[in-house]
Design a protein around this ligand. Structure first.
Ligand code: CA
Length: 483
């Protein structure tokens, strides 16, 4: 009927799955054979970054192909206007059957429930690991069982229910491995004596005070619901923090193992139905996560472990196997890329760059991204106290400006820059000489020129995406001198 069949699309979107807990990214803490299978049969994006490393904002950027300040989802407390165009609504208009199953977390109720989907069946807010409640057009119900299995069951049910005349797009949004990391019986305890990252005892000595204030330390800020066992008595501070690290990671990695098995179930289904080869299968997470790196759990910061998203994809009919790409891409690029793969037009206002031609090797090559612009808006939220900041990451350097201001955004602390006792801070990292970001060289005279150049790049990137500098930031020196 059609000259070229349009690909089906499966997007696995997990929650807080760091790339350094994925085999294809060289994990030393666990194994993910089924996710790695996608990677081996297609491409690994080594430098895919979240433009705002927090759940709802990243999900909104993936769907809309826009930065937080344009799609309106800045924090966990800014529900999406679901009537805005997304790659899904655009695919639906282009004749795709569309569905989302699992975590939505973009608000619920009129105007916030999923739109642009033929079928949606989603967890409410964060959802539950066991016997989760689901919300669909039919109302709320409880599904008995373990959430990662159930989401997969529901996804496969939907695939069984549709005919294969039309191409389809299915979003499988897992809750796992989000806090409070509750594994099922099958996977609990499968990892013990997990290697400890080299930066676990980072003393933050060159880091700004803004970063040091965050309440994300394994030693101090994991609670009893996270640990699930009483802390053994008689341990030193260091011993106790290492015990907590093991407890946290045992559960986190067991949740990931269940995700990996369930990814495998979907791959097997696609193979059995002979549609794996013309399905664009993608696995990613809304952001990265600190797995004891710098002594932290959680995300939010522009540091590498939180910033980097795992992103692997396969589509054997169109994407050659065994590729690794080191070019910078972001979560904002995803919507345009998927539309490109489906041969659908981008809609007005969509941002980002399609990387489809990079991986498919067809079409006109477009200039790569020079770097990426980042902004975390949820300043000083009461549970994590991570500072409001923005920055620019190039291939080699990363410049961060902690402006320490909630700016009136819902979910952020109400303290303003003027009313705050915390002055803004800058950080600069050389990712070649210091890939673990232990040495802030912002005040190092040897980096003076780099620092000023990066300020210009940040300034320009911010303007390009339609965002504005914080009032406390001066115009970069090089721009005032050179005009
Ligand atoms: Ca998340």
């Amino acid at each position: 009927m059609t000259a070229q069949r349009r690909p089906n699309i499966v997007l696995f979107l997990t929650d807080d799955h760091a790339s350094h807990a994925v085999g294809a990214y060289g994990s030393v803490v666990n194994r993910t054979p089924r996710i790695d299978e996608i990677a081996a049969q297609g491409a690994v994006l080594e430098n895919c970054f979240a433009t705002n490393a927090l759940c709802s904002p990243s999900r909104a950027s993936i769907l809309t192909g826009k930065y937080s300040h344009l799609n309106g989802v800045y924090t966990l407390d800014t529900p999406i206007d679901a009537s805005q165009p997304t790659f899904v609504s655009q695919l639906k208009a282009a004749g795709y059957r569309t569905a989302v199953i699992g975590k939505w977390h973009l608000g619920d109720g009129d105007g916030h429930d999923p739109q642009g989907f033929d079928y949606w069946d989603v967890l409410i807010e964060q959802g539950e690991y066991f016997d989760p409640k689901f919300l669909s057009e039919e109302g709320i119900r409880t599904e008995p069982g373990y959430v990662t299995d159930i989401i997969t069951d529901l996804a496969l049910n939907w695939l069984e229910s549709i005919d294969d005349e039309q191409p389809w797009c299915l979003l499988i949004n897992h809750k796992a491995p989000h806090r409070s990391w509750e594994p099922d019986e099958r996977h609990a305890g499968m990892y013990r004596d997990i290697p400890v990252p080299r930066t676990f005892f980072d003393d933050y000595s060159t880091r700004s005070s803004s970063a040091r204030r965050a309440a994300m330390r394994i030693a101090e800020h994991l609670n009893s619901a996270d640990l699930k066992q009483p802390i053994p008595s008689g341990l030193t501070y260091e011993e106790e923090s290492l015990w907590k690290y093991q407890r946290y990671m045992e559960d986190y990695l067991a949740c990931v193992a269940s995700v990996d098995d369930n990814v495998g179930r979907v791959i097997d289904w696609l193979r059995e139905r002979q549609c794996y080869n013309h399905t664009l299968t993608m696995y990613t997470s809304d952001q990265g996560f600190f797995l004891g790196d710098h002594g932290w759990f959680d995300k939010r910061f522009m540091y590498e472990e939180a910033l980097r998203m795992p992103f692997v994809l396969s589509c054997p009919d169109s994407v050659p196997a065994g590729q690794r790409h080191s070019g910078i891409v972001t979560n904002v690029d995803l919507a345009r890329t998927i539309l490109d793969a489906a041969g659908a037009e981008p809609y007005e206002g969509i941002q980002g760059r399609s990387f489809w031609n990079d991986v498919s090797g067809t079409g006109e090559a477009t200039p790569p991204n020079d770097g990426m612009y980042y902004r975390y808006w949820e300043h000083g939220d009461r549970f994590h106290n991570a500072p409001g900041h923005y920055g620019y990451r190039s291939e080699r350097y990363k410049l961060i400006y902690f402006y320490n201001d909630g700016m009136g955004v819902p979910g952020a602390d109400v303290t303003t820059y003027e009313g705050s006792t915390h002055a803004p801070d800058w950080e600069l990292y050389d990712l070649v000489d210091d890939p673990e970001e232990l040495s802030n060289v912002y005040n190092d005279p040897a980096y003076r020129r780099t620092r000023e150049e990066m300020k210009v790049r940040l300034w320009r990137a911010q303007a390009e995406v339609g965002d504005a500098p914080h009032p406390s930031q001066a115009v970069p020196e090089m721009l005032t001198q050179d005009g």
